[in-house]
Design a protein around this ligand. Structure first.
Ligand SMILES: C[S@@+](CC[C@H](N)C(=O)[O-])C[C@H]1O[C@@H](n2cnc3c(N)ncnc32)[C@H](O)[C@@H]1O
Length: 219
């Protein structure tokens, strides 16, 4: 048995994934013209506008990606994890569960929408996982630029897609050889994909499922 698939976490995740499935995400996104949405997704400066307008939506990883995160973190015996993009904390709950089952550790996650920080904190507290998690409120470009653990075992990129290269740069010198980087919806950041898919940059990388880029730090 694992923390992930037993009470009290499993029923909460079932509920959160159900809510995510019925959330009005498509309707909210339809308020943007395709051109506006594409521009905001690729902008390195206008992302607060996009995420501000989507602040009541979970925008969560899929169930499959959640399980993948848990399995990768368990498999590599992760003790230190950094996450870009907390939202309601669905991915965070998976990662914190993996740390619990690995015997403990530290998860640093980052979110700039205060209401989302509060919601994620409530979920982690209610399920007894908050002791493993430090939620850094504010723009991750700033909050993840200081005080990262000396070595990081796993990095999840799931905030503003255009910033994936910048956030990778902040964490890069901390990634231990063999560390995993999971980037959700990385197709929106061609710059990031080019970087991690070039072996000269010190990564091995492969697209995984429809929307995930799974990479490993080599050098
Ligand atoms: C796709 S959602 C994250 C979903 C979450 N990982 C999950 O699976 O439950 C992206 C989140 O990143 C936040 N975000 C985007 N850019 C950010 C930034 N530069 N700094 C901090 N948070 C950011 C957004 O407010 C949003 O809540």
């Amino acid at each position: 048995m694992t923390t992930l698939n037993t009470t009290p976490l499993a029923p909460l995740l079932d509920r959160l994934f159900e809510e995510a499935a019925t959330a009005e995400t498509s309707a909210a996104l339809a308020e943007f013209s395709p051109e506006e949405r594409a521009r905001l997704m690729r902008s390195k400066t206008d992302y607060p506008e996009l995420y501000g307008r989507l602040k009541d939506l979970p925008l969560a990883v899929s169930r499959e990606t959640g399980r993948l995160l848990y399995m990768l973190a368990r498999g590599c015996g992760a003790r230190t994890i950094v996450e870009f993009g907390t939202s309601f904390g669905i991915s965070t709950l998976h990662l914190a569960a993996s740390l619990r089952d690995n015997g403990g550790g530290r998860l640093i996650t980052s979110e700039f929408e205060p209401s989302k920080v509060a919601r994620a904190r409530d979920h982690l507290t209610a399920r007894g996982l908050i002791d493993l998690v430090e939620i850094r409120e504010g723009d991750a470009l700033r909050t993840l630029s200081v005080d990262l653990p000396e070595t990081v075992d796993l990095l999840l990129l799931d905030g503003a897609k255009a910033l994936y290269p910048e956030i990778l740069s902040l964490a890069e010198s901390h990634l231990r050889p063999g560390a995993f980087i999971v980037a959700d919806n990385a197709d929106h950041s061609p710059e990031y994909l080019t970087r991690v898919r070039s072996p000269a940059n010190g990564y091995m990388s492969t697209p995984f499922a429809d929307d995930v880029e799974l990479s490993m730090r080599i050098g």
